[in-house]
Each structure stands twice: as C-alpha cells, then as structure tokens.
Design a protein around this ligand. Structure first.
Ligand code: ATP
Length: 302
C-alpha cells in the first residue's frame, strides 16, 4: 500500500457563534483511499469539508494537502481537487456539455472535448450531453455533479453526501461510479455520509465524528469486524448474570445495558455455550442477538 499522505488534518477547530462545529479534529487520508467521513446530522462534516476546500477559514489547526500547507498553496492545491458539495448548481437552460465546458475552464486546467466526453461517459450521461440540464432528474444532476468534479482530471475528489436524496437505484449508480473512479482511474476520494452502510460498501478507511470530535478512525473492515463481536443477552436478573459472566470472561468484556440486558464481547459462534452456562445456572435467557456496536451507535445518534 502506498502511504503517501494526501490530506492531513490536525487539531482543526471552527466555531459558529456559540456552536463549536468542529472541535479539535485529527485525521489523515492516504493516496488511493476511499475515505469514509461519517457522522450524524450536524456532526461537523460539511464544516470540515468546507475548510478543506478553502470555502471557510478554520479558527485554528492545520490542513495540509498533497503535503503542502493549504493556507499558502491554495491555488495550486485546489487545481488538483474535484469537489461535489451540497446540491450542485448548473446553468439549467444550457446543455450538460456546455455546463462542463464552462465549469471546466474555472479549474485552471485544459479541459477540451475529450475530457468533457470522458467525464460524461463515466457518469453515464454521454447520450444526454446535448440536453438542457433542466430536463435532468435529481439522480442525473448528482451524476453531472460528479462529472463536473472530475472533468479536469484531479487527483483528489471530495464528495459531500453525494447520495443525498437519491433512490436506491441512484445510490447504486453513484456507488459504482465512485468505485470505478477509485479502482480504474486511481482517484483518491473523501466521501461524507451519515449512512454507515453506504460507507461500508465503498470505503477502505473511515472516520466517525460526532459533535465536531472524532469517535473512531481506522480500517473499515477491521472496525466493523471488531464491532460485530458483541452479543446482547436478554435475561432475567441481568445484574446477577453479570457476576457469573465476569468470572467466565474478561471483566471488561461484559457489561450491564439495562435491568434485563447484558452485552458481552463474543462472537455468534459462542452463543450456544454462553446460553447453556446461563440456563444451567438457573437464568431464563430470552434472546441472544449479535450486535454491531457501530451500527447501534448510528441508530442511537441519527
Ligand atoms: P449534515 O449532515 O446535517 O449536513 P454535518 O455533519 O455536515 O451535518 P455541519 O453542517 O458541519 O454538520 O454542522 C455542524 C454544526 O455547525 C451544526 O450544529 C450546524 O448547525 C452548525 N453550523 C453549520 N454551518 C453553520 C453556519 N453557517 N452558521 C451557524 N451554524 C452553523
């Protein structure tokens, strides 16, 4: 794996009036990553992305992109970034092609017919290149937003909730485009979302933030595998059962969730043996359910 650092964020902070939107955030995006930037609504994702894109200024902290400080190399860095933030805006009465021609010029790179048609073809819009954007569905506009982000062939893509408002079909199309951009075209991609599943299907690494702070960061599969190791046990007298399990397992691996629920760090395969030992000790076990603590975290916070 190439460990070239594309984005380096350190102690990043931003306050809006009394709201600390981003509160001391640290993370890194490596070359070749699809980096999932996850968090419930209001977590601070868009604020962070806007700072990375130089649309707003941080109160403090460091942003290096392509190993260069953003503050001193804004123009050079932004030439090699493609972004889709919020709802993309287009000249509705102009064609998709004309829009990309105009927007491509703003990038500072040479964008000709070949580049425009390539971007349209990658996003499945080549047959509609001559149609006015006002005739496009929401999903097509989102894809045109991706075409706009890639038309100048940037190294790094930053996509803020690109699946927002899409139906399942549209989400799948978007996912396939993003994966292809990464796998076939080698683009490094930072993608924000409030849906864990969406990130799980695409990203190799991720960070989860809440209230402007990091909750967890790491390899997606490792994080989710580790998170799947919990069993929720619904049981009579959970406090007493806790005493028993604490003797059989590592003490910190078992905890009381409520009067009738325990959570134990163990895999599904261990459930029958756990059930037997609890039943043998005279407890009534009503259910044992494998839980994904990250999923649970998201259900609780979104
Ligand atoms: P969402 O998924 O809802 O867009 P988010 O994770 O992108 O959420 P942000 O949009 O960054 O979160 O918002 C973080 C916090 O900062 C929220 O409490 C939000 O209300 C606040 N906030 C964001 N932009 C502004 C602004 N321009 N003025 C005042 N408060 C703001």
């Amino acid at each position: 794996m190439n460990d070239e650092i594309f984005i380096e964020i350190k102690a990043l902070r931003k306050k809006y009036g009394g709201i600390q939107a981003v509160n001391g955030l640290d993370f890194m995006v490596m070359k070749g990553d699809i980096f999932g930037f996850l968090g419930p609504n209001g977590a601070g994702k868009s604020t962070t992305i806007r700072m990375i894109l130089s649309l707003i200024r941080p109160d403090s902290g460091l942003i290096n992109i392509f190993r260069l400080p953003l503050v001193k190399n804004r123009k050079r860095i932004l030439t090699d970034i493609g972004a889709l933030v919020e709802e993309p805006r287009f000249y509705e009465y102009m064609s998709a092609y004309k829009n990309l021609e105009i927007l491509g010029k703003l990038s500072g790179k040479r964008v000709g017919k070949k580049e425009i048609m390539n971007a349209l073809s990658l996003t499945g819009l080549e047959n509609r290149s001559g149609s006015p954007v006002k005739t496009f569905s929401h999903g097509m506009k989102q894809r045109l937003g991706i075409a706009q982000a890639i038309v100048h062939d940037p190294e790094l893509l930053i996509l803020d909730e690109p699946a927002n408002g899409l139906d399942p079909r549209g989400m799948k199309d978007m996912r396939e485009i993003i994966l292809r951009l990464n796998q076939e075209y080698g683009k490094t991609i930072l993608i924000s979302s409030h849906i864990l599943k969406e990130i799980e299907l695409m990203a190799n690494r991720m960070i989860i933030i809440n209230k402007g702070e990091k909750v967890v960061e790491g390899n997606v599969h490792e994080l989710l595998d580790a998170a799947k190791l919990d069993l929720r046990i619904e049981i009579s007298d959970a406090a007493k059962a806790l005493e028993l399990l604490e003797k059989q397992y590592i003490k910190s691996d078992v905890w009381l969730e409520s009067e009738n629920h325990l959570v134990l760090k163990a895999s599904k395969a261990e459930a029958p043996a756990i059930n037997k030992s609890l039943v043998d000790a005279g407890f009534s076990v009503y259910s044992i359910t494998p839980i994904n603590s990250l999923e649970q975290y998201f259900l609780d916070n979104t």
